[in-house]
Write a protein that binds this ligand. Structure first.
Ligand SMILES: [Zn+2]
Length: 188
């Protein structure tokens, strides 16, 4: 009998320390990112996943350090959490992003994470997009960035202050991550 594989996931709360990310007078992205990732860590660990965070406090972490952690852990999945911000304050919802070198099949897999989030939060799923990112582009393991809400949208902004909302986002994300981990292990 083979031993059941324990999955390794790295959670990456975007920004930190001197790098605030997007923000308003009452809410800063780096804090939202850490709050969601901390909740997500608890839920994933309860499901038997080994989780490492690239930061657990309000500190600066270089992109290369975030990537090195994922490679050292031989992570099955790297999940970066961010918020979004647009001048058009009407736009709200969740989007997922992959680096510019990623195969299309991963974009299809990661769609499941977005679906699981919006099932839990009743947000809008905007899609999975590909772009250059200075963390994701350094990674040689499956990696996705989730932009959980628009701080430029009044409703999303208020939601990000609600512990219930952040918990729902974390629960939905955990369900999606577990689904993707199963599927990736079947493919590889
Ligand atoms: Zn960000």
């Amino acid at each position: 009998m083979t031993e059941k594989k324990r999955w390794h996931v790295v959670l990456d709360p975007g920004h930190g320390g001197s790098d605030h990310g997007f923000g308003t007078e009452t809410l800063v992205e780096k804090d939202v990112n850490l709050a969601v990732c901390s909740r997500l860590k608890t839920i994933l660990e309860a499901s038997g996943v080994d989780v490492l965070m690239t930061r657990t406090a309000d500190v600066d972490v270089e992109p290369i350090k975030r990537a090195e952690l994922a490679h050292a852990m031989e992570a099955d999945l790297f999940v970066s959490w961010h918020c979004d911000y647009l001048e058009d304050e009407v736009v709200s919802g969740v989007s997922l992003w992959v680096g510019d070198h990623v195969e299309e099949r991963y974009m299809i897999e990661f769609d499941a994470i977005g679906d699981a989030i919006v099932e839990a939060t009743k947000q809008i799923m905007l899609g999975v997009f590909q772009d250059h990112d200075n963390v994701l582009s350094l990674l040689h393991v499956p990696a996705v960035m989730i932009r959980g809400a628009f701080l430029s949208n009044e409703e999303d902004h208020e939601l990000c202050k609600s512990p219930n909302f952040l918990q729902a986002q974390a629960q939905g994300t955990a369900r999606g991550i577990l689904k993707v981990l199963h599927r990736l292990s079947l493919i590889e």
